[in-house]
Ligand binder design. Structure first.
Ligand code: HEM
Length: 426
């Protein structure tokens, strides 16, 4: 079957779970929570309660089309406040709607020119190469930990706000804690929230210094673009909103650390896939990077609250209704993907670019909805990392627990991927 043959089954009613509230089941089943129930009910949607609130959970291409209809959902009130604070924050583009959102989003998208994307890739690889002698000298490298300061330093340099020494250590620690804390309730989340305050103080200082001229930054650098951005009425962003958006650029780029570790895991777990990228051909590196984003778990879901009433699947949704779209499940939906639980980068050599079937960072039209603007730099960094790990380095893999729990959000291999005897390939 081809992608276009596949349609959702007719579904007159949206089933409702038997349990009063499914929060514990969500925490227990993690990435599989929505697809488990959709399979059980033979439906691409079901209703339940999470944290005592009524919610409709949906999965698959047709659901993504419904969800990413421009102007349909706001992100305000759609994810728990502590998670919002760690991942986006009040005043960020994610909390805007309509024209204000489009205008702010255009600023982010203006940073994703092909030149700018290539630049971050080059800076990242240079940073990595600069640290290689230290890797060679170490007995063992925990990839997840060691790649973090490299990414942090690279994205900060690219943004025009280079970090060194203690500052680099502090931002690395803070970004890691924010991302790790976002998918949990309890100590991981508290730590992320506590450390985030320091990042915000730093961000406000950077914006103030750029605006006062005390900090010299290249005119076209992302930090300068954010500092001088004006809203629709021509006013500069408040210092704290500008700082939030600067962090909104740095922290998610740092989060590519997980995809890099998953790419390394794929090279280990799927020897055929390693052969697929030997030689470093650009098209194949890209296909591999896309398959990493499809196959491995990162963002489980996105949430929205209806801005206006609308109908879908014969049901009326009211203003304010809460809907969760299953990103992970859609990327593993067998109506869309042949053999979805096999890692097969080759599938992306023939991919039709459907923006509703492959949604690791959201879907639809990036300019007019909340789809992630950072996909070009995410893919670029993963591609560069795959080339480095598959073609430019040799290393050994000691025995370790490489399992990935699908109930831990965000997921990461248990061992954080340990490599030994790292040396550049001659
Ligand atoms: C690690 C890889 C990344 C993942 C898994 C990821 C995932 C996501 C997801 C799921 C959303 C929400 C989509 C929605 O609400 O519909 C999002 C939004 C966003 N992401 Fe990313 N992202 C990543 C990298 C990046 C990068 C590199 C940037 C840097 C520009 C970035 C900046 C943003 C921003 C600003 C938003 C809010 C967009 C809006 O509300 O319009 N992300 N991301």
């Amino acid at each position: 079957m081809t992608l276009t043959d596949k349609v959702d089954l007719p579904m007159p009613q949206i089933p409702r779970t038997g349990s009063f509230d499914s929060t514990l089941a969500l925490l227990r089943e993690g990435y599989d929570f929505i697809s488990n129930r959709c399979a059980r009910y033979g439906s691409n949607a079901f209703e339940t309660r999470l944290m005592l609130r009524r919610v409709t959970c949906v999965t698959g291409e047709e659901a993504a089309r419904m969800f990413y209809e421009p102007g349909r959902f706001t992100r305000r009130g759609a994810i728990p406040q502590p998670t919002l604070r760690l991942l986006q924050d009040v005043g960020s583009v994610a909390t805007l709607d309509g024209e204000k959102h489009r205008h702010r989003k255009a600023m982010f998208l203006s940073l994703m020119t092909p030149t700018s994307v290539r630049q971050i890739g080059e800076i990242f690889i240079n940073e990595w190469q600069r640290r290689l002698p230290q890797w060679e000298a170490k007995e063992r490298i925990v990839l997840f930990q060691e790649i973090q300061p490299i990414l942090c330093s690279a994205v900060a340099r690219w943004a025009g706000t280079p970090l060194r020494g203690k500052e680099l250590e502090a931002r690395t620690r803070e970004f890691a804690a924010m991302i790790d804390g976002a998918g949990s309730a309890g100590p991981r989340q508290w730590r992320g929230a506590w450390l985030r305050r320091r990042t915000e103080r730093w961000g406000r200082r950077v914006i103030d210094e750029i605006r006062s001229g005390a900090r010299a930054v290249p005119d076209e650098s992302p930090a300068a673009v954010i500092a001088r951005h004006r809203d629709l009425s021509g006013h500069p962003l408040s210092t704290s909103d500008a700082a939030v958006e600067l962090i909104n650029l740095l922290r998610p780029t740092f989060a590519v650390d997980r995809f890099i570790v998953f790419a390394a895991l794929a090279l280990v777990e799927h020897p055929d896939a390693r052969a697929f990228v030997t030689g470093g051909e650009n098209e194949r590196l890209e296909a591999f990077a896309q398959e990493v984003r499809r196959y491995y778990p990162f963002f489980p879901v996105v949430g929205g609250r209806a801005l206006e009433p609308f109908g879908w699947r014969g049901r009326g949704f009211r203003k304010g209704d809460w809907v969760l779209l299953d990103l992970y499940g859609t990327n593993h939906d067998e109506r869309i993907w042949e053999d979805p639980n096999s890692f097969r980068p080759k599938r992306f050599l023939e991919w039709d670019n459907n923006p509703y079937s492959f949604i690791p960072q959201g879907g639809g039209d990036v300019r007019s909805n909340h789809r992630c603007p950072g996909e070009p730099i995410t893919v670029e960094i993963i591609k560069r990392a795959i080339d480095m790990l598959a073609n430019r380095l040799d290393y050994d893999l000691p025995p370790q627990d490489l399992s990935v729990s699908r109930s831990r959000m965000p997921a990461v291999p248990k061992s954080r991927l340990v490599i030994t005897n790292v040396r550049p390939r001659n």
